[in-house]
Design a protein around this ligand. Structure first.
Ligand code: NAD
Length: 484
């Protein structure tokens, strides 16, 4: 029998010439039958999905994806089940590794984020729920969600493990392989997790290298990945620079960018609850989540009572202009960007290093501000939140709109007035709008709905699930199958 050339077929698939079912199946079968020797003929395998070069990693991922696509949905379900079950006992270790390496966030909250990512990220069922069938005199038309191939997923340093978990579950559910481009500052933790997940995938399905990365992640490697012809879709979770760059790549891109979530509090709100919710949300993981409250815009008549109740819930309130200047000098650079050394650091560390007196162990710093101040305008990603006093709701909404700045990310409002809630939700046009709860309710903490750590803002998909990592296809059976 003629020898089957895996290298040639993988190269053809990558070039878009060999994606026919026969070639895909042949790659899958050859790799299956001969074990990884076959894949090794096409690529130089490193260990557990970590490769020397971007190109090797992408090629190995194509072999894996061909195997995944050639098999049953049940195999995808088994892989996802194994990921959930086997990573669940390691959520604390993941959190400890991430905090120790990145120095951002706190172990308690990161552990919760890892856990909810494993428990509440939808799998294959999300594709089934998205499937649609039309039947009528013309026959039957089916809309289904099919894999892109190999997805290049860029991850932030602020949520390294939870993004890898939720992207992997959703992308594998949709039938893809994933090339992860972690932040260099979260390299060790990310590679450890990717290696572990590859082992879990391999042991539960026999497929190697479904999740890959490179030994030395860097900005250059991420850019090389964006232009590699074997990458079929980009999913970028990060700041505005990298999202803009990916959107200019010419590839299908899902961009999950920066936010600056305002929270409005009006005079009808349950102020005691609002104060507690805001402290919980804005201090969560030291405010590194992109969805965390970044500004409070409060109607003046209730602002003092709100601040008082925030203090009862672990916030320290800073009004002295000298103290505000000290905090600014420490945390904001002359270029009006957050000082990276303080991103995700605790309130205690920031207050201590700024030389601002405090007592106890505050978890959030509330600063008396205006909408023009740096703490209000900049996405700080620190447990510092400005409070801006306004005369009424209309004024609050205008300032919230200005601070959200058209990012279409997240906003919240505490109010009992449904008309105002409705107006704010309509006009803010954010991907997530939360009423009377911490903003983390918008990613499934203590509220309905699936979890994601990739909220596609400029590209408009919003809170992503498996169907967003799949291509919608229309399959037509003309003249039949309508039996009504
Ligand atoms: P970052 O933009 O510095 O880095 C994000 C990723 O992009 C990293 O992997 C980094 O290596 C890569 N990268 C950065 N610049 C690049 C370039 N020029 N070319 C190629 N790759 C590049 O962000 P970060 O500090 O790691 O994360 C925080 C940011 O991410 C915040 O702005 C936050 O709002 C955003 N974020 C958004 C979401 C969302 O779902 N919308 C989720 C988490 C974080």
């Amino acid at each position: 029998m003629e020898a089957f050339d895996v290298t040639a077929i993988v190269n053809k698939i990558i070039a878009g010439e060999g994606g026919c079912p026969h070639c895909v199946s042949e790659v899958a079968r050859t790799a299956e039958n001969r074990g990884m020797e076959a894949a090794s003929a096409a690529v130089t395998t490193h260990s557990n999905g970590v490769f020397d070069t971007v190109d090797e990693a992408v090629k190995a991922a194509h072999v894996a994806q061909a195997k995944l696509f050639d098999t049953s949905l049940d195999r995808r379900r088994k892989i996802i089940k194994a990921i959930r079950e086997r990573l669940m006992p390691l959520t604390m270790e993941m959190a400890e590794r991430a905090v120790s390496e990145t120095k951002m966030g706190n172990v308690h909250d990161k552990e919760l984020k890892n856990r909810i990512a494993l428990e509440n990220t939808p799998g294959v069922e999300d594709l089934n729920a998205a499937t649609q069938v039309l039947t009528g005199d013309g026959g039957m038309t089916l809309y289904e969600y099919c894999p892109y191939g190999v997805i290049g997923a860029i991850c932030p340093s602020t949520n390294p493990t939870e993004t890898i978990i939720c992207n992997s579950i959703g992308m594998i559910a949709a039938g893809n392989a994933i090339y992860f481009s972690p932040h260099p500052g979260a390299k060790e933790t990310s590679q450890w997790l990717i290696g572990l997940m590859n082992k879990i995938v391999s042991e539960s399905s026999g497929i190697e290298n479904l999740i890959v990365t490179v030994k030395n992640p860097s900005i250059e490697a991420a850019q090389e990945m964006m232009t590699n012809p074997g990458i079929n879709m980009l999913v970028v979770t990060g700041g505005p620079g990298v999202v803009d760059q990916a959107m200019r790549s010419g590839k299908k891109t899902l961009g999950a960018g920066a936010g600056n979530p305002p929270t409005i509090v009006d005079e009808t709100a349950d102020i005691v609850k609002a104060a507690k919710d805001i402290v919980n949300g804005a201090s969560f993981d030291n405010n590194v989540p992109c969805i965390a409250e970044k500004n409070i815009v409060a109607v003046s008549s209730i602002a003092d009572y709100l601040v008082y109740n925030m203090q009862q819930n672990g916030a320290v309130y800073i009004t002295n202009p000298d103290d505000i200047r000290k905090l600014e000098a420490l945390t904001v650079t002359p270029k009006q960007t957050p000082n990276k050394n303080y991103v995700g650091r605790s309130a205690v560390k920031i207050l201590t290093d700024a030389g601002v007196a405090f007592s106890g162990e505050p978890r959030l710093i509330v600063v008396e501000s205006t909408e023009k101040d740096p703490f209000a305008k900049i996405e700080m990603l620190m447990p510092i939140i400005p409070i801006i006093r306004v005369p009424d709701f209309e004024c609050a909404l205008n300032i919230a709109l200005e601070l959200e700045n058209g990012l279409h990310h997240t906003a919240s409002m505490h109010s009992e007035n449904v008309d105002r809630l409705n107006k704010a939700a309509r006009l803010l046009q954010t991907s997530i709008f939360v009423k009377n709860a911490p903003t983390y309710a918008g990613i499934g903490f203590g509220a309905e709905g699936p979890t994601t750590f990739t909220i596609a803002t400029p590209t408009g998909e919003g809170t992503t699930t498996a169907r967003n990592f799949a291509r919608e296809r229309r399959c037509v059976l003309a003249g039949a199958f309508s039996i009504k």
